[in-house]
Design a protein around this ligand. Structure first.
Ligand code: SF4
Length: 321
């Protein structure tokens, strides 16, 4: 059987911010692709560049940001060269984003019903938006769809609003959903339910997902492949099982040890040494100041991504042949 077609192809993506007259890099040469129906996890601590990567793909960056890439193709079409107007026609219908805080995705002056009506009618293939809206809300676990349709966003809890946003996305039937820490502010039970809904509906819609999270356990459950980011670069990428069971980069291995330690409830938590987000060195490996396996060469040469297993790459000099 042939592999599903490539939906999104990103090569050498760079995004920087102009701050006080200087350009600060946030994403440095990120490359990956997502196949149709595939879920790719983008993992890392805060400040690793994962959210900026998602925002860059959807052109949702602030004005003082600059992005560039060698290739940015969606369904084989070059979206980098597209006008804002042409890109807006794709974004929000074919490409959708679920943010950590769903509030910003809603117009506070409009009821949830209005939002769902817009989403359903935008597709242009149905007249009875109300019946469809009720059915989708029921599908995402909302027991009183009529009440929710008549509510304003501020009248709903965080979990309920995240469900309503998911309902909007299901109504649009996008090909790619970018989900950025969508369950961070929710309690454990609601988090589980929302994750389950995302996974179920991704499969039902046949959509692809770019799942941005700092939580390896969640990524392990949802994603087919995982890309780990550090200091604006992908430092390891591969099939979920490969990366979780045989991490090759010391940072990925450290994240996993921390996550396992949290899961076990260890009295003494395994923590990665140092803090993320320090200045990016001009030469050498950005992780070197925190790496227990650093060698002299690590501050001299920037490690390239090298093959470390089947469909599995890591950016570490320990694995250079
Ligand atoms: Fe550690 Fe060196 Fe590998 Fe960087 S290149 S992760 S410093 S061993």
């Amino acid at each position: 059987m042939s592999a599903p077609a490539i939906l999104l192809e990103v090569e050498d993506l760079h995004t920087s911010f102009g701050i006080k007259g200087r350009r600060t890099p946030a994403v440095r040469g990120v490359s990956f692709m997502i196949r149709e129906g595939e879920a790719l996890g983008l993992i890392g601590e805060s400040g690793s560049g994962k959210t900026v990567t998602g925002l860059s793909l959807l052109r949702l960056l602030p004005e003082h940001a600059h992005m560039d890439a060698t290739v940015l193709n969606y369904r084989g079409r070059d979206v980098l060269g597209m006008s804002d107007e042409a890109f807006r026609a794709i974004r929000g219908v074919d490409l959708a984003m679920i943010f950590q805080d769903p509030v910003g995705s809603f117009n506070p002056a409009k009821r949830i019903g209005w939002h769902l009506e817009q989403a359903i009618l935008r597709r242009g293939d149905t007249q009875d938006w109300h019946a469809e809206a009720e059915a989708i809300l029921a599908d995402v676990g909302i027991r009183a769809p009529e009440r929710v349709l008549g509510s304003y966003p501020h009248q709903l809890s965080g979990g309920m609003l995240q469900r309503a946003l998911l309902a909007m996305i299901i109504a649009l039937r996008p090909s790619l959903i970018i989900a950025d820490e969508p369950t961070t502010n929710l309690d454990n039970l609601v988090e589980r339910q929302i994750l389950e809904l995302i996974r179920t509906h991704q499969r039902k819609l046949g959509a692809s997902v770019l799942f941005i999270t700092h939580d390896l356990a969640i990524a392990g459950e949802i994603c087919d492949r995982i890309a780990v980011m550090y200091a604006g670069q992908i430092i390891e990428i591969g099939p979920t099982r490969e990366v979780l069971e045989r991490p090759k980069h010391p940072y990925a291995a450290g994240l996993l040890a921390t996550s396992a330690s949290l899961d076990r409830g260890d009295a003494e938590l395994h923590e990665l040494p140092g803090e993320p987000g320090g200045a990016i060195p001009v030469r050498g490996c950005a992780f070197a100041p925190r790496c227990a396996q650093a060698m002299a060469a690590c501050s001299e040469r920037s490690p390239p991504l090298v093959v470390v297993g089947p469909d599995h790459l890591a950016r570490c000099l320990l694995h250079e042949h």
